[in-house]
Design a binder for this molecule. Sequence first.
Ligand SMILES: [Zn+2]
Length: 172
Amino acid sequence: MALHLLERDRPGARALAAALTRAMDGIRHCSRCRGFSEDELCQTCADPGRDDSQICVVEFPADQIAIEQATSYRGRYFVLMGRLSPLDGIGPEELGMGQLAQRLGDSTLQEMIVATNATVEGEATAHYIAEMARRAKLKVTRLAQGVPLGGELEYLDRSTLARAFGARLVID
Ligand SMILES: [Zn+2]
């Protein structure tokens, strides 16, 4: 990337460097959802118009951005900033589970949407936080898994196809 910018776009590189410096100095973690923020609370947490009855738990800020761009979800978020990975020394404490437990105690909250990635660590993390939500007497939902749009069954991996088959929907 550095070589490409040196060759083709030096003004762009300077602007990018300045933007990165500003981000490094000014961006911290939102005190409520742990996502990136310039202020104490991020825009989503500070927005009084969002639905306090739902909390969507994601691994990284990029996951939150993807959901915001693709869906009409208007609830709240919690960003783990990672996933459970004992071999790498990442346990519940590193992921702010204490803070999440506090959020789950909020009386207006009704549903936790588990939106961790469909990887081994993501699944382990999903089980862990779903258990926390059940203990807090919340409804727990998770993203459906199955055939991607435009996908062909023949080329789908077996576990995805098996899961999609098992979770088939009624067509009305
Ligand atoms: Zn926030």
